[in-house]
Design a protein. Sequence first.
Length: 360
Amino acid sequence: MTSARAAVLLAYAAAAGILVYLLAPILTPFLLAALLAYIINPLVERLERWRVPRAAAVTLVFVLFVAFVVVLLLVLVPLVYRQIVGFAGKVPLYLDWVQGALLPRLQEALGEPLPVDFADLRHAVISNWQQIAELVRNAFANLVASSVRFGAWLVNLLLVPVVTFYLLLDWDTVRRNVLGLLPPGTRATVEALAVETDAVLASFLRGQLLVMLALAAIHAIGLMAIGLDLALPIGILSGLVSFIPFMGFIVGIVTAGIAAYLQFQEATALLWVFLVFFGANLIEGYVLSPYLVGSRIGLHPVVVIFAVLAGGALFGFLGVLLAIPAAAALKVWLRYVHQNYVVAPKDAEAPARRLRQGGE
């Protein structure tokens, strides 16, 4: 590759990156739809192997997926709402217990009074709690009242399933058209890289999604078993953030530990919370991740954390979701560039042979 050609390619890549950054608000529903289509497409292809027509397979899988999401939301949202509202109603009682029982124990253990006026702190917490609830209600009212913002939100909500459906319907055509835009001499290499990238992303995206759902269920069921009032929201939250290394365990055990200690008002509750998350962590490490995700993504935990933070800073919540898959795909392409253009190949067949070996 000549220096002039490399400079042109880098310029094109930089321009594409800037364009994606500037169009991020518009691209968000399309990227989310593409992600959903990529996750669902293997089910459609399996039905096609059973001689089901593509259109019928897409319609069946899409309808089942939408029905599953709707039923899940209709069941989970009311339960989560009731648990949060029930916990919020008991906050003043928990604060009274902290002031009347917990603080004296801490002062006795420390041997001196705490440098905090808890009465003022309690008053501030209750006042701010009420203000937060009022702000949430006002924000929701303003969102509904603002026809422009509500209309944009509704369009994006409806656009995602529509785009997902059409991407699934024309998935093979879209893939061929993208390859057709490339120069003929590079198509074989790009297609081989795409196959390797697909192997990495498939093992991560679909496997990690199953791991997240499984951990959310395990955490929620375990916390329900010990009688925690906030079992469902804490279990779902810790499961959803588990794609960041150690974050699901840390978020879950801290929030569940605080909630359990306030609710049960005894230290043994912390032990039960620890056992729930420790057991879930063992199941994830020895059963879920090895069988559902595997080790093909090969990203260091520090790289994962950096990718998530960078994706969130650039593209918001969608950037957080796409950060790790994008980093995994980038690793495949950078490895190919390094092997074939940084480390000098010894023969003409070395690039293709290394690529084939990397995909195995």
